[in-house]
Design a protein around this ligand. Sequence first.
Ligand code: ATP
Ligand code: MG
Ligand code: MG
Ligand code: MG
Length: 469
Amino acid sequence: MSGVNSIRTAFLDYFAANGHRIVPSSPLVPLNDPTLMFTNAGMVQFKNVFTGLEKRDYARAVTSQKCVRAGGKHNDLDNVGYTARHHTFFEMLGNFSFGDYFKDEAITLAWKLITGEFGLDPERLLVTVYHTDDQAFDLWRKISGLHEDRIIRIPTHDNFWQMGDTGPCGPCSEIFYDHGDHIWGGPPGSPEEDGDRFIEIWNLVFMQFEQTTADQRVDLPRPSIDTGMGLERIAAVLQGVHDNYDIDLFKALISASEQLTHTRAEGDRQASHRVIADHLRATSFLIADGVLPSNEGRGYVLRRIMRRAMRHAHLLGAEEPLMHRLVPALIGEMGEAYPELGRARALITETLRLEETRFRKTLERGLGLLNEATDQLGDGDELAGETAFKLYDTYGFPLDLTQDALRQRGISVDTDGFNAAMERQKAEARANWSGSGDAADEAVWFGLRDELGATEFLGYETEKAEGII
Ligand code: ATP
Ligand code: MG
Ligand code: MG
Ligand code: MG
């Protein structure tokens, strides 16, 4: 039962047997929601159902939702390769009640699944509740029989969920798994909570209020439930490993990149293999859902993820473009659950190959410049913003790629200096702007650039400057 594909099915089947409709994942590009960069949680496709704007012919649903957290409010890009539990792309398993069952049944269903069906040892489990949510505290005591010490009251926003400044909101309750005292980390709410020992596996959101204005909150007449469990995190627990990157799915992807690069995912190389495997998933799924690399908005986030992976491929000594050659391994692992991957195979492969072919032309020279500029720098030092900007402007290095490249040496980047250099260039471009002579066009153009911000928008195409396209 423990492969990722069978865990996903077990979750969906369990909730289907408990009266939930199995609803397919929605695309990574949210439909009709320009405010959200990518789908980042299971509830996104049900937003209007929760607010009552939209009606469905079911009151309970279960999904395995494709999610990307690599931009906007939830950005886990910098964690990838360095924590045991974060991906840019992951699958969120979730059950939902639209004004149907509430806390009691949500906790009962969750507890029965993890300790019954999945057989987790209750001794390894901890839960958190929002500090004022006595009801949830009492229900956990009654339903799970966990000792009071293992039901932790948390006063921060981590345990209070809000859809936005107004709209549905409510306390949440999270389930944590203790991977053992040989791993560094502390229980939720402790100073060491960011370690990898106690890992959050499941978040149960109790939508019981509506925030009507900044300081007014009323009870929802029919409270709802929204939950999210990371498939890769529960898979790690069920497979007896302590790191998401050691589950069957990631082992297969990493072994493919080991073979193609003739290197092992050990020592310094481990992070590179993990980043490549993670970013392969994010980029392939984004392309399959219609995002293409570009210099703005969603396409630029995709480009950043792609180029970041490509630097790691280069670090592993890959002499030829690598990413597109890993696509068969990904389709082998995930193509059955997500047929869109197979349908987009040619597009994914070609997009990756072309981007890597182009980027490799400037990557080497950019890295040369970076090495020269950091020759004399060490742990705690800072790279001049001007240099980071040159890497961006001339060599197509997104800022986060430069930061990632310097991370292992403890060198940071002067981002204020980077932004200042960007601003200067924008001002010069404005001064030299001859444009169409249409003031309205100019306003739109510069407005867009300002809105997208420095890291979202590559003002001058590197490839053009380099004569590649
Ligand atoms: P964390 O505190 O570990 O960053 P979170 O509180 O941001 O997680 P939620 O927003 O509550 O996560 O999402 C619900 C569930 O989705 C989490 O309990 C976790 O199992 C999973 N999850 C969240 N972010 C990631 C990620 N970047 N990679 C893999 N799984 C994730
Ligand atoms: Mg998080
Ligand atoms: Mg959390
Ligand atoms: Mg959470």
